[in-house]
Design a protein around this ligand. Sequence first.
Ligand code: WTA
Length: 677
Amino acid sequence: MTKEKQVIETSEAQIAVHWQEEEYFHPSPTFIGQANLTDESVFERFSLDNFPDYYTEYAELLTWYKYWDEVFDASDAPCWKWFKGGLLNASYNCIDRHLKKNKNKTAIHFVPELETEPIQHITYQELYVRVNEFAALLRDYAQLKRGDRATIHMPMSAELAISMLACARLGVIHSVVFGGFSASACADRVVDSNSRVLITMDAYYRAGKLLDHKIVDDEACQISAEQGQKIDKMLIWQRYQGKISTKGPLIEGRDCIINQKLKHYYGKRIEPEKMLSEEPLFLMYTSGTTGKPKGCQHGTGGYLSYVTAMSKYIQDIHPEDVYWCMADIGWITGHSFIVYGPLALCASTVIYEGVPTYPDAGRCWRIAQDLDVNIFHTAPTAIRALRKVGPDEPAKYNYNFKHMTTVGEPIEPEVWKWYQKEVGKGKAVIVDTWWQTETGGFLCSTVPGISPMKPGSAGRGVPGIHPVIYDEDGNVLPPGSGKAGNICIKNPWPGALQTVWGNRKRFVDTYYARYCKNPDSKDWRDWPYLAGDAAVEAADGYFRILGRIDDVINVSGHRLGTKEIESAALTVLEVAEAAVVPVAHEIKGKEPDLYVALKPGFQASDEIAQRINDAICNQIGKIAKCRKVWIVPDMPKTRSGKIMRRVLGAISNHGDVGNVMTLANPEIVEEIKKMVG
Ligand code: WTA
């Protein structure tokens, strides 16, 4: 194991400017009266003394073909196995088991971006039919079988959920790539997962425009073929059935319009594969410290048990609820809390195609009113944007939220309070859920029917999760110490990634090496999970998340690796060096700022800066676009030649650069400061 020290970059001064502790808000008696979890003894039942057996409570929320032989197997530490030997199918749990009582209930409300188009209400019966027929197509036409990988690069649509569930039915491991990602980002994921099938959609609406999506995937196929991974079959859903909405040519033998082909599978029913609990359900790629995104591998039984429990106890989903999570299904939040969790509980889940503020600031609240949404889930970025464009809009609409979630970034208390008062109309309970792609489901949050909320704090560990903060040397920083450290989870839990796809070493190094005292140990107590966030724990045990300790920037709640952006910039011929730093942004939370130095003989120009930003958008996607590309004469460097990103970050944020006299080239700091202003 390589033990690279990750230094906590959050100084005491930064914590001081971070918000202060706030007063508690209490859930209303009306909320508590109907909540799924109000029994405080849950924390005792889920104490470490009862680990790992307490997690059977979560697994019992599912329907199993065969119960597990062992709750938890640590023999291959830290690649834990959950509910080993148990057999189940995720698609069965999200669809079939609800049919007897609820086949006529809406499973998915699909809301097109254009308000002139009708909302589609897909019942559980209809979902069953569509998933079965598409699974038959995947099996018999695309030749996919248990254990194969399929990449899904699609916009927000009911067909995206149908594609995932059809894969799950066959035991095919899906790898969903966020629809806004570029051809090259999609190709990287196709190559890493060895997918030979790519599922896409011809087009979708975004901010009032019908965007051609299929042409992006034509390029993705070309790039992946160049890297040695050929897509044999591209399966294309149509945004408008019967009509082709792409300029891309249909490639004979490779491309297939799903709706046309489905006719051959009319009435087909596919027996769900009986999957072992520990067999993978999906891969979700996420950014890390190096340029290459890592494929977080999630298992079937552990993951599904965990997200179902979180949906029930933290999201407080009941079967009669209409639940709207505004995230994109292309991120983990959408996997866990649009598709798998709500459907496993037989709720109605809303999938909205477009931009929350299109065509105006009232759109979200009209959707909520029309569908009578009572649980609402979004990120601080969206809350800040909605507050900015229409602070008084929610009051104009007659909807009633009982429960709201914030996820993905720290939320400023002021923004939290607007969310509570205006969006929640002072009645809805709020959960601030802290978790990650890797963790499958929540780590810290208040239990809404039990614990009071505190603006700006996520809360304690959810039942079963035991967080701890360590300093650099592995000493525990106790509650109320006022010191920031690395937040870790002491115990394994079923929602955690099983490994990094094809790279166990990277898995161990990234999440476990930092605080593991004995790499040969088979005792879970020796393997605290390093989340990669800095945090402080207040005297009441509530955790406040301060931000990433590694080279990850959180832009609008989306994770971007600075190394990914830098390596995209370095593909531009003139660029010698590149460094990305996060800049505070009113709506997005953070935005990347890029500094580059050119190779000798090249002159800085707007044209080069533009080309660099274009390269980033092409290779990653528009979400990675930099606020500004600063072409500097030289980078501030240490005497050993390391680029001082911290100094650049201070300049971009108009902060204090500190003492720079120890740098190899201190004079450059003033020069860059003048440039940035
Ligand atoms: C950040 C998203 C503060 C954190 C589910 C984490 C948060 C990263 C919160 C994971 C929160 C997530 N408060 N920060 N409630 N939730 N984060 O993998 O830095 O896209 O490590 O998963 O988002 O981002 P990811």
